[in-house]
Ligand binder design. Structure first.
Ligand SMILES: C[S@@+](CC[C@H](N)C(=O)[O-])C[C@H]1O[C@@H](n2cnc3c(N)ncnc32)[C@H](O)[C@@H]1O
Length: 352
């Protein structure tokens, strides 16, 4: 059981990450204002009382993260899990990459992708520089910087937000009490560099884990991270979440984290429909993505700025989307939703 000293260490770590994230963004925004003023995004003001509310919501997220570790849902070591040395060595690359990000933003160039890719291999909506990211999701360079960039963007809360899928996932797979732990199969759709799979492996160490993503570069990076720790190596498969290369009824649990805000509505529906197909009856789907206007109207300025600062072409549509309605249309039941800081988590079950 984690003790109070560990809790203090966790809180200190999270405060340190928040401070680094805020400082990094402050410095880079000022630098951009000086060096590339035309590219500077015009953001809406965030009132001071909103900053207080954000801080409260972030503290509540950390408390929840701690409590669920204390309850034994996942090992407390996960709270500290990150490739610290690797990130430290890659941090200068994040700065070196910025001028090309600024110039893409200034030129409104959102289709600046590696020449080596074949556009036929990907859906058109995917072939963009989401977040103005160099190479989009389509190179080892992009995959090497992604985790660190996300940590900075979320002030160190990315993993605590991803871990919110664990409790509903664990509750969901308990619907198969007679199934030995080693025969429970869980798929993480749009697994990216595998951070969510790493959390799931901590919570369900014996389960058979699978990760699917369109980017082979991100899957290569996921393979590297996941191979560093002991435990079964998840199977990583390249493919589209809209039509997955798995048979009907293969999985008892399915997660999908931070994908939906980057999909057009039709693709969101297709992913949910295919999730329904690949789940065994009784299986659970757990989605996590940005909060939306209906559940977190107080954070609308933050959502607006996210859309303005980053290239997120489907975000405006996403924050007004009715995800519960989409789940129902696919046939899911027992739909619930909860909010943790800037993340909304939906859970639903495929009827038996
Ligand atoms: C914002 S990242 C989230 C990655 C990861 N889930 C995380 O928590 O960091 C979005 C990921 O979705 C993948 N992706 C986008 N569209 C996809 C699709 N139709 N099918 C599978 N993966 C997709 C991208 O390659 C990228 O890795």
């Amino acid at each position: 059981m984690p003790d109070q000293l560990t809790k203090l260490a966790y809180q200190t770590l999270q405060q340190g990450k928040a401070l680094l994230g805020v400082t990094h963004k402050e410095v880079s925004t000022r630098l951009m204002g000086l060096l590339a003023p035309e590219g500077s995004p015009k953001t809406v003001p965030v009132p001071p009382e909103l900053l207080g509310r954000l801080k409260q919501a972030m503290d509540a997220l950390h408390e929840r993260d701690w409590q669920e570790a204390e309850q034994g849902l996942y090992p407390a070591s996960l709270l500290f899990d990150a490739p610290w040395l690797d990130w430290a060595s890659r941090y200068p690359l994040v700065w070196l990459d910025m001028p090309s990000t600024w110039s893409r933003r200034m030129e409104r160039n959102v289709r600046d992708l590696p020449r080596s890719i074949d556009p036929e291999d990907f859906p058109d909506y995917y072939l963009q520089n989401f977040h103005h990211q160099t190479d989009g999701y389509l190179s080892d360079h992009s995959a090497a910087l992604y985790d660190l960039q996300v940590e900075i963007l979320f002030n160190g809360t990315a993993d605590p937000m991803r871990r919110r899928v664990l409790a509903p996932l664990l509750r969901g797979v308990r619907a198969f009490p007679d199934r030995p732990a080693g025969q429970i199969r869980v798929l993480d759709v749009a697994t990216g560099t595998g951070r969510t799979l790493r959390q799931i492996r901590g919570a369900l160490p014996k389960a058979q884990l699978f990760g699917l993503d369109l980017s082979s570069a991100y899957l290569r990076q996921a393979n590297k991270w996941l191979s560093q720790l002991p435990g079964e190596l998840p199977q990583l498969v390249q493919g589209n979440g809209e039509c997955m290369p798995f048979a009907e009824g293969t999985f008892q649990g399915l997660t999908c984290v931070f994908l939906f805000h980057e999909l057009p509505g039709e693709a969101r529906q297709n992913v949910l429909q295919d999730a329904f197909r690949v789940l065994e009856p009784g299986g659970v789907v757990v989605l996590a993505d940005s909060v939306q206007l209906a559940d977190s109207p107080q954070f609308s300025a933050v959502m607006e700025n996210f859309r303005r600062v980053f290239h997120e072409p489907y975000y405006r549509d996403y924050i007004s989307d009715d995800i519960e309605g989409r789940l129902r249309r696919c046939g899911f039941e027992g739909i619930t939703a909860e909010t943790h800081f800037m993340t909304r988590v939906w859970t639903a079950r495929k009827p038996r």
